[in-house]
Design a protein around this ligand. Structure first.
Ligand code: PW5
Ligand code: FE
Length: 258
């Protein structure tokens, strides 16, 4: 729309499983992000959505953590509901299959010869899957960086499950502000069966614009072995120092989650 200076990022890749790997490598290296449409087909996509809804309707999702302390009430900072699953639970069979496909793609891309920046990472694991539901009451998510302080996460993977999502009516755009593209933003609509990858560090500040319908996403964060080992070591050391009373800082929410 006028007023937004942003080049359209040529990401309308129609995918079938095998040749996605070069696309992921190329786009991550060129833009710091990659969008794959029709990632796993409507059958698996719908089955995964069904499972997410079933879990959500059990009322066991929690409020998302605070991204930043705010003077006014916490709700204004983020109003998504989240739940962590590892995908092996009996009520997550299809979500589990989806996660395996995403893992397979990332591992194949990470192992490809001369895969650019991806080659700087040795991806050896990931977080659990975070199921997220943004209630559609104009909720938003403030601009932030996923991994600002080298906690080990190198790639964010977000799978969207929103059938018939019209951004003009429902908003909910994920806007990424790529660090080294001064007047360019990437506006990613949270479309059904769309998979998004982006570097998790300061290269990709991002925000979710207000959504006017319930908005579903599944997020994974992949770890770089070295950065993760260092972060864990640092965390253990700080824990020991705290126990010894040598330092008095309280562990951050983020550290506790990790
Ligand atoms: C819990 C948590 C969620 C997110 N999610 C998004 O940025 C939204 C992306 C989208 O749904 O399009 N980011 C961080 C840094 C944390 Br922590
Ligand atoms: Fe984020």
């Amino acid at each position: 729309p006028p007023g937004n200076i942003h080049n359209t990022y040529p990401y309308l890749h129609k995918t079938d499983t095998d040749d996605m790997v070069p696309l992921v490598i190329e786009d991550l290296n060129s833009y710091g992000l990659c969008v794959l449409d029709n990632f796993c087909g409507p059958q698996l996509g719908r089955a995964a959505l069904k499972e997410l809804l079933c879990i959500y309707n059990k009322g066991i999702f929690q409020d998302g953590q605070l991204v930043a302390k705010s003077k006014n009430d916490a709700q204004s900072i983020r109003s998504d509901k989240i739940m962590w699953v590892d995908g092996k639970e009996p009520f997550c069979v299809n979500i589990g299959t989806l996660l395996k496909k995403i893992d397979g793609l990332i591992m194949r891309a990470n192992k490809m010869p001369n895969n650019g920046k991806l080659g700087q990472y040795l991806i050896n694991g990931r977080t659990k899957a975070m199921l997220a539901v943004y209630p559609g009451s104009g909720t938003h998510y403030v601009k932030h960086v996923d991994n600002p302080n080298h906690d080990g996460r190198c790639i964010t993977a977000i799978y969207y499950l929103n059938i018939d999502w019209d951004v003009q009516k429902k908003g909910g755009l994920l806007r990424i502000f790529p660090e080294n593209e001064s007047n360019t933003v990437a506006d990613i609509a949270p479309l059904f069966d769309r998979l998004l990858f982006f570097w998790s560090d300061r290269q990709n500040p991002h925000e979710v614009q207000p959504s006017y319908d319930t908005r579903y996403a599944i997020t994974l964060w992949y770890f770089d072995a070295t950065e993760r080992a260092l972060a864990t070591e640092k965390f253990e050391l700080e824990k020991r120092l705290r126990e010894l009373g040598a330092i008095r800082t309280a562990p951050t929410q983020e550290q506790l989650r990790i």
